[in-house]
Structure formats: structure tokens, C-alpha cells
Ligand binder design. Structure first.
Ligand SMILES: CC(C)(COP(=O)(O)OP(=O)(O)OC[C@H]1O[C@@H](n2cnc3c(N)ncnc32)[C@H](O)[C@@H]1OP(=O)(O)O)[C@@H](O)C(=O)NCCC(=O)NCCS
Length: 153
């Protein structure tokens, strides 16, 4: 099934047979966004690179709280597209720190989609692990300030 979007792209409207899942309780909701027709690939699904950009932004939110200054993404350690994302899906990005090193922070990000017409039912569409490095004015790694880190990290 497809609908022709105003952009001329056919949006993929095939129903997704994916399990409905509960939202994570061990991570923080850091970003909500709705993809638009301009974010589609040639199949009418949302372009993976667009999703990756949102995940990079979402993943940086919690580390930025502790880095207190400039930081850069050094690695996308893992990235899995589990289900396609559709135009008009409501995407919720959850982030949680898994490791704090000397200059780097590693984060798990999970992305859940609600279809516009079945809100409250969530499908897990993406999961990723990214590492961010605190950098100084010259772009060199610098130590993460330890005093504000949550207990256990
Ligand atoms: C981020 C950057 C400053 C790191 O410089 P570097 O000289 O490689 O730094 P180091 O080798 O000392 O590593 C710094 C930290 O990153 C971690 N790191 C480096 N490569 C890694 C990888 N592939 N996976 C996970 N962590 C990694 C190191 O373990 C270290 O963490 P720690 O201090 O907590 O142990 C540099 O690589 C850089 O500027 N990269 C480009 C960043 C960028 O432009 N990002 C956007 C891409 S579009």
C-alpha cells in the first residue's frame, strides 16, 4: 500500500506487524519528533540517515549534562534498525548512560514509534550505542568532571 505525498514520494502505509512493547523505565525520554515527507527514502519509508542524525542528537542530551562544555561523537558502536519508520510516526527517543570513562561517555539509545492513529501503542524501531568525548577549545580530549556524576557511574 502507498499514498502519494505532496512531495511526489509514495509513503509506505503497509501495516507493520511488530509487537507492541512497554517503554523503558531505566532510560530517560530525551527527544520526541515526527518525521516529515522530506525525510523519506525512495521506498517511502523514513531515510535511515535521518534516523541516525536524530539518534546522535538524542544520545548527546544526557552526556551534555555532565561534560559541561564541548563534546564530539567519537563512535557509533552499534546501530540496529529493527522496524521501518513511517511519515507521521511519533518517535520517542530514550537515552541512558552505560559507561563513563576518563574522557568519554557511552550511551544506549532506544527509539519507539507510535502510529498517529494508535497513540499509546509503541513499536521499538531502533536501538544504538554511541560514545561521546569531552573536548577542549583545541578539540583535544579532556577529562570528564566527576563531581556531578550520578552515583554508580
Ligand atoms: C573525538 C576525538 C577528539 C578523540 O580524539 P582521540 O585522539 O581519538 O582520543 P583518544 O584516542 O584519546 O580517545 C578519547 C576517548 O574516546 C574513546 N574512544 C576512541 N575511539 C573509540 C571508539 N571507536 N569507540 C569507543 N570509544 C572510543 C577512548 O576510549 C577515550 O575514552 P576514555 O578517555 O574515556 O578512555 C577525535 O577522534 C575527533 O575529533 N574525532 C572527530 C569527532 C567528530 O567530528 N565527530 C562528529 C562526526 S560527524
Amino acid at each position: 500500500m502507498s499514498d502519494i505525498l505532496p512531495s511526489g514520494i509514495s509513503a509506505n502505509t503497509t501495516p507493520v506487524n511488530a509487537p507492541r512493547v512497554p517503554l523503558p523505565t531505566d532510560k530517560e525520554l530525551v527527544l520526541k519528533v515526527v518525521p516529515l515527507p522530506k525525510d523519506c527514502n525512495a521506498n517511502g519509508d523514513i531515510f535511515g540517515g535521518w534516523v541516525m542524525a536524530q539518534v546522535d542528537i538524542a544520545g548527546s542530551i544526557v552526556p551534555a549534562r555532565y561534560v559541561q562544555g564541548r563534546m564530539a561523537t567519537v563512535a557509533v558502536n552499534q546501530f540496529v534498525f529493527k522496524q521501518p519508520v513511517r511519515v507521521g510516526d511519533i518517535l520517542s527517543f530514550f537515552g541512558g548512560i552505560t559507561r563513563v570513562g576518563h574522557t568519554s561517555i557511552t550511551v544506549d539509545v532506544e527509539v519507539y514509534a507510535e502510529r498517529y492513529d494508535t497513540q499509546g501503542q509503541y513499536i521499538k524501531v531502533t536501538e544504538a550505542t554511541l560514545t561521546y568525548v569531552a573536548i577542549d577549545a583545541q578539540g583535544r580530549p579532556r577529562a570528564i568532571p566527576r563531581e556531578h556524576l550520578p552515583a554508580g557511574l
